[in-house]
Design a protein around this ligand. Structure first.
Ligand SMILES: Cc1ncc(COP(=O)(O)O)c(C=O)c1O
Length: 395
C-alpha cells in the first residue's frame, strides 16, 4: 500500500531545506493597524484592509442587521435558490461605483478571475498576460485551454510584438493587474487601452488592489487615469480595501449575462452570505463618500516609502500602498521577517513561487488607520535591520 504520509513528509522536508516551507501566524484580535499575536502587540504591515473598513462600526452594524434580517447563509448557488435581493442590490452598487452597465459577484476574487477567464476564452483563443499578473489570472488562463502568452512586466513593445504575431485567433484577450499585488506599481492603462483598440483585443483589468484606493472616489485604476471607455472587463475584490470578502466582474449586460451562464466558479458554488453582501454595500458607500481615509492612506504611503528610500532600501517600482523591500535571497527573506517579528513588526517574507528567486522581498502594505507613531516604529525597526545585512540597498 502506498505510504502517502511518507511521500508528503519527504516533500515537506525538501521545502524546509530550501527555506520555502510556509507557516501561519495566529492573530487574536481585530485586523487593525496593530494586532495581538501570542499576547504581544505588533504593528501590522501586511494587511489588505487599506482603508480600515474591516472594522468600521457602520460596516459591522450593516452586517449584524443583515444576519438578523436574512440569516447566516444564502444556502445555495445563485442559479438554484441562493439569489437574494442583497446580491442584486450589491451588483447595482458595484456597477455604479465602477461606471459600468452592470456587474456580477463571486464568492472570492480568486473565483471571479478563474471563472470569468475560463468562461471567456477557450481553444482557438489567446490570452496575453503581464509577467506579474496575479496567480488567479494565470490559473484561469490555464483552465481555459486557450494559448497563454506572457510579456515582461509592463513591456508594451513586447506586448505589441505578441499581438502582431497573433493572427488567426478567435479572441485575443489582454489581462493586467491594475495595481500589481507584489510590486505595488500601476499598470500603464491608457497605453493598454490604445493597444487593445489597435489590435482588436479585449482588455481585462484586475483591480483587486486599486479598488477603493485609486481615483478620486476609489473607483480604481480607470478612475486614476480618467479612462471612461476601452476596458471591457473590470475585475475587483470586496476583500481588500472594502474590508469584506468576494470578487466581482463589472462590464456590459451581455458580458455579465454570459458569465452568469458560463463561469463554473459562479454556477457551481454557494452564493455570498447576507452579512458579506450588506457589509460590502456599506463599505462601497463609505469608500465613495468619505475621502478622508484615502487621503490619510496616501500620506502614510508617502511618509513610509520616503523613509525607506532614505535608509537606502530598494522598494522596486512601488507607487502605491503596497511597498516591497527587496531582500538578498530566500534565507535573508526568512531572516528579515523573523527579525522584524522579534522587534514587533508583522510583515511576511515573500518567496518563490509567489515571486522569482532573485526578487524575494518583505512585502509591506499600509493602512489609513496607521498613525504616525506606528509608521515611526516601523521605520525605526527597518533602520535597526540595516546592521543585519538582509535587505538590499539601492545606494
Ligand atoms: C491581484 C489580485 N487578484 C485577485 C486576488 C484574489 O482575490 P481574493 O483574495 O478576493 O480571492 C488577489 C488576492 O490577493 C490579488 O492580489
Amino acid at each position: 500500500m502506498i505510504n502517502l504520509d511518507l511521500l508528503l513528509q519527504q516533500e515537506l522536508q525538501s521545502l524546509k531545506r530550501q527555506g520555502l516551507f510556509r507557516e501561519m501566524k495566529r492573530i487574536d484580535s481585530v485586523q487593525g493597524p496593530t494586532v495581538i499575536i501570542d499576547n504581544r502587540e505588533f504593528v501590522l504591515l501586511s494587511s489588505n484592509n487599506y482603508l480600515g473598513l474591516a472594522s468600521h462600526p457602520e460596516v459591522i452594524k450593516a452586517q449584524i442587521q443583515a444576519v438578523q434580517e436574512f440569516g447566516a447563509s444564502s444556502s445555495a448557488s445563485r442559479l438554484i435558490s441562493g439569489n437574494m435581493s442583497l446580491h442584486e442590490k450589491l451588483e447595482r452598487k458595484i456597477a455604479e461605483f465602477k461606471g459600468t452597465e452592470t456587474s456580477i459577484v463571486f464568492a472570492t476574487g480568486y473565483m471571479a478571475n478563474v471563472g470569468a477567464i475560463s468562461a471567456l476564452a477557450g481553444e482557438g483563443d489567446i490570452l496575453i498576460c503581464d509577467k506579474l499578473n496575479h496567480a488567479s489570472i494565470i490559473d484561469g488562463a490555464k483552465l481555459s485551454g486557450a494559448i497563454l502568452r506572457v510579456y515582461p512586466h509592463k513591456n508594451l513593445e513586447k506586448l505589441e510584438d505578441i499581438l502582431k504575431n497573433s493572427t488567426g485567433y478567435r479572441r485575443k484577450l489582454i489581462i493586467t493587474d491594475g495595481v500589481f499585488s507584489m510590486d505595488g506599481d500601476i499598470a500603464p492603462l491608457p497605453e493598454l487601452v490604445r493597444i487593445a483598440e489597435r489590435f482588436d483585443a479585449i482588455l481585462m483589468v484586475d483591480d483587486a488592489h486599486a479598488t477603493g484606493v485609486l481615483g478620486k472616489n476609489g473607483k480604481g485604476t480607470s478612475g486614476h487615469f480618467g479612462i471612461k471607455k476601452g476596458i471591457h472587463i473590470q475585475m475587483g475584490t470586496l476583500s481588500k480595501a472594502l474590508g469584506n470578502l468576494g470578487g466581482f466582474i463589472a462590464g456590459s449586460k451581455n458580458l455579465v449575462d454570459y458569465i452568469r451562464n458560463k463561469a463554473r466558479s459562479f454556477i457551481y458554488s454557494t452564493a455570498l452570505p447576507p452579512a458579506i453582501l450588506a457589509g460590502s454595500l456599506k463599505a462601497i458607500e463609505l469608500a465613495q463618500r468619505d475621502t478622508g481615509p484615502r487621503e490619510r492612506l496616501w500620506a502614510n504611503v508617502e511618509k513610509f516609502r520616503t523613509s525607506l528610500k532614505e535608509l537606502g532600501y530598494d522598494t522596486l517600482g512601488s507607487e502605491t500602498q503596497i511597498i516591497p523591500i527587496l531582500t538578498k535571497d530566500i534565507d535573508s527573506t526568512v531572516n528579515a521577517s523573523r527579525l522584524l517579528f522579534e522587534m514587533g513588526i508583522f510583515a511576511p517574507g515573500i518567496r518563490p513561487p509567489t515571486v522569482s528567486k532573485n526578487k524575494c522581498r518583505i512585502r509591506t502594505s499600509l493602512m489609513a488607520t496607521h498613525t504616525d507613531e506606528h509608521i515611526d516604529r516601523a521605520v525605526e525597526t527597518f533602520k535597526r535591520l540595516r546592521h543585519e545585512r538582509v535587505l538590499c540597498y539601492s545606494n
